[in-house]
Design a protein around this ligand. Structure first.
Ligand SMILES: [Ca+2]
Length: 180
């Protein structure tokens, strides 16, 4: 009986070990090979009023390069003005205008991006430098347009006329049938 009572606990312990006991999923990144840490915004329902895209790199980058990252809508490049933080790790793309509703945008980080010492970007973050194949891209989707407030439906003139006629008939009948 004691063993039976202990069984659920043993099963939980075994399941816990199976789920959590493996090696942690984050591959060790080679130091000195830059990769993209994060890109904001991300996900669905991004506000179209978003003013900037921020690309965070794992280390100080060569900030003198042009077009390190671009925001694209299909083949079209969205106009922006790129600025780096003092540490050279964050590239901010200030957008010239609002985005479109319900649209997928892609942030491309060019394979020509290098860190401050000239090492090319490991775009897919697998720790291996693969040259022109090592592109990094991330997508997000903008929110749907807000619903247009619906006007109350105008009254059908035939229904209005019908109501008026019926009312007049009722009044007429009431007057005619009134006992003297
Ligand atoms: Ca790679």
């Amino acid at each position: 009986m004691r063993y039976l009572l202990a069984l659920p606990g043993i099963l939980l312990a075994v399941a816990g070990a199976a789920l959590g006991g493996g090696p942690s999923g984050d591959p060790a990144h080679e130091t000195g090979v830059p990769h993209v840490e994060s890109i904001e915004p991300t996900g669905q329902d991004v506000e179209v009023e978003v003013e900037r895209i921020v690309v965070e790199f794992s280390e100080a980058m060569n900030t003198s390069l042009d077009d390190v990252a671009q925001l694209r809508h299909g083949e079209e490049v969205v106009a922006d003005h790129g600025t780096w933080n003092a540490a050279g790790t964050n590239l901010t793309l200030e957008l010239a205008e609002h985005l479109e509703y319900n649209t997928t945008y892609t942030v491309f980080v060019n394979t020509t991006a290098t860190n401050a010492t000239g090492t090319l970007l490991d775009g897919d973050g697998d720790g291996i430098q693969e040259g022109a194949d090592d592109v990094h891209e991330a997508t997000f989707h903008t929110a749907r347009p807000p619903p247009i407030p619906t006007q109350p439906a105008p009254l059908n003139p035939w229904i209005v006329l019908g109501i008026v006629l019926v009312t007049l008939l009722v009044i007429y009948a009431a007057v005619r049938l009134r006992p003297d």
